[in-house]
Design a protein around this ligand. Sequence first.
Ligand SMILES: Cc1ncc(C[n+]2csc(CCOP(=O)(O)OP(=O)(O)O)c2C)c(N)n1
Ligand SMILES: [Mg+2]
Length: 570
Amino acid sequence: MARGDDWTSRIDGIVVRITGAQAVIDALRREGIEYVFGLPGTTIMHLLDALAEQDEIRYIPTRHEQVAAFMADGYARGSGQLGVCMASRGPGAANLAIGLHNSYAESVPVLALVGQVADEIYYREAFEEMDLVKFFEPVTKWSMEIHKSSRIPELVQRAVRTALGGRPRPTSVSIPLDVQLEELDGVGVQTRFRHRHPVPQASDVRAAVELLESSRSPVILLGGGSLTSRSHEAVVGLAEALQIPVVTGWLRKDAFPNRHNLFLGSLGFGAVEVTDELVREADVLLSVGGRFLEIDTKRWTLISPKTRIVQVDIDTEEIGRIYVPEIGLQGDARQTMEAMMQTLSGLRVDSGRLEERRRRCTRLRDRYEQEIHLPKHERESPVPSGAVVRALQDVLDGSSSIVVQDAATFGVWIQRYLLFDRPGTFYGAAGGAMGWGLPASLGLQLARPDERVINVAGDGSFWMVAQDLETAVRERIPVVNVVINNFAYGNTRDRQRSAHGGRYFGVFYGNPDFAQFARLLGAHGERVEHSEELAPALERAMQSGKPAVVDVIQDRFEGLPGDLAPLQAR
Ligand SMILES: Cc1ncc(C[n+]2csc(CCOP(=O)(O)OP(=O)(O)O)c2C)c(N)n1
Ligand SMILES: [Mg+2]
């Protein structure tokens, strides 16, 4: 869009002065923003007015600010665009914080727009006054406040670019009330600009390919960056061409087709032995867009000091932050993988070594398939977790669906046993926030309307945000929620069992009938007490075309797969 070609500030060629609030929305519109998720408050009423005056950006009101922030996060992940959330000063801003914390931990581009007390009365502890720049600093890439309306177009547009550029992360912009009312003319708007991703040096790419080709027991480890850059095809191509087994990071299991002969599992809590062993014994490890998480690396003990690392990352600061690589390739994962493929095509690959690797991969894959064999469950009611995995697998295999996993014990079952064939079909919150699932699913569903989003949440997690099922109904967002209902904070209950002498305290509670609750709000509701009811209930929920809740009743001690003790915090 050309400079000065704006929407609110010119009518028939005459410059009309606009308010700061209008300039904010105009700047978002210029950046191609499609949705704003928010909850009103005194200091953002003019921003709401400005949103109401236009019809390019859809505003979705939520029932809690954390939901607005999590929706922005889910929308950003599903669309690859910026997610925008909006809240008022003080309490509204504080409620947004959990969402930004999670997006920051997960490298998701979200912009938080927040109102602020007027500059006129600042620093007197005015009603709901809080230093928002400081407050958001630890959970944003850039936290700032605008004190002059004429700077709004420049700084809002820059906050958008900053969130999206390099390693994506949240930014926050707070705007005092009087700055929103202060008029400006349309001067200052800038064209929409996006940073290009860096491309690694050709000599480094060649060195990396040669190292991989000549290695004895190489492994490829895929992190979130490989998914966001859509490097899927190139990664499969490289792994096949060099016969290198592939593992993914925690909650990134969809980064490689799980039924592919070279796939050997997902790292993290619940990883099977062969997956860990492969990484432990690798002589060369190619990390693609990953961060060597505490959970993936078993608190940084899994990777041997002898392993030679090739690290691909978009962010210079990330390369060598934890492990110093032998070769660091700063670049977008897809472009880097493509460059590696290109280089490989000009090299001679030792066919004897390739054959040896192929045989090794087949042996490893056989072991992997045995280790992920779903254990047989002894009873049908209440519903065991294995039965839920089977039902979900059937849905995933038979439809175009996306599984979203909230923070809960059932996640370990997904991590081990559920198989994904396509990238972008599995999302989880590595930031750890309970309650992320439902709102993130709503955002994802808006971004990906042709697929059906299934949020799999613990009862504790679901009930943290359940009020926003009303948002789903009102805004017609047909997300299916499978609530794994063990009437407990199961994850914490299990810690009390294994590390606190079985002294259960503060972990059990009562729940309403979630199916009835759903129907009360106008959603579709199902209650499932026997395993055989699960598949038909899921089918009816999917077919209803409405937001739905499938309340899966479990034993109050149902939790991890049998062989696992809970992860202990130290
Ligand atoms: C916002 C937030 N508060 C607390 C925690 C700590 N925590 C992690 S899992 C969990 C219990 C989850 O319960 P539920 O959703 O019912 O899942 P379950 O473990 O029972 O399957 C708690 C309290 C957290 N991760 N996030
Ligand atoms: Mg529970």
